[in-house]
Design a protein around this ligand. Sequence first.
Ligand code: GLU
Length: 303
Amino acid sequence: MTSPTGAGRYAPSPSGDLHLGNLRTAVLAWVLARRSDRAFHLRVEDLDRVREGAEQRQLEDLAAIGIDWDGAVVRQSERGAAHDAALATLTDRGAAFECYCTRREILEAPSAPHAPPGAYPGTCRDLIEEQREAGRARMRELRREPALRLRAETRTWQVHDLWAGQVTGEVDDLVLRRGDGVVAYNLAVVVDDAAAGVDQVVRADDLLSSAPRQAHLAHLLGLPEPSYAHVPLAVNGRGDRLAKRDGAVTLRDRLARGESAAEVTGRIGDSLGLPGCRRAADVLARWDPASLPSEPWVVELPA
Ligand code: GLU
């Protein structure tokens, strides 16, 4: 389903209730899509870490603060055929290879100078068939599948981010399908965004460094590369990423303490320098994206 004007999206992981930082990112994704006449889609990233009932609660919470979406909600778990087709395309082209390394072996392998800790050392990239057979036999013993990795032919790729500008990031032999047989997030996100006509990706900035490798995957698959807008994370008073242990961090928590959804939306508006917002539409009417603070949002949590 492709909208002629493109689309934005929000892609929550259904691992629990959405917290204020998640909701702020969702509002900004919705606002950026709507102000540019794009469609807006929701995709539930339920490939792992799923908590029973979380999806339904997340959808209710998004609706409660005034976010609407177009078309049916897409579940990543139902997109296996498309993910497999993309894996087959890359494999047929020789752009993927099986990797038989365990996580520990990768961590312990001597890595190239300047490579970040845990970077893939290239162990299985250029094995001969005999070595691959031995690797597969070992995987059978471990009751695992080989992981599938990208045979990266470039080291960097460039994307454009609304706030960060041109960003050049590393492209490595990233995992396309994990050893447990689950398609990797980086591949699924690219395939699913493109299938939905998404040309604008708005999300938290902990994923900024993943954007170049995702855009590169899109390029390899012959898919359009989206534009990006990465929103600073929400943090607690100590500067740590907002988490459940910080107290009443979710919309549900705030409602249970007697706040209304409008008041919670108001907090999000306040964080954007827009006092008095009560619905996502109020942010849409008043927000200037150029004014987004580049620092994390320090969420104040009265008891
Ligand atoms: N599912 C991810 C999250 O909830 C977002 C992934 C994305 O937007 O690409 O943080």
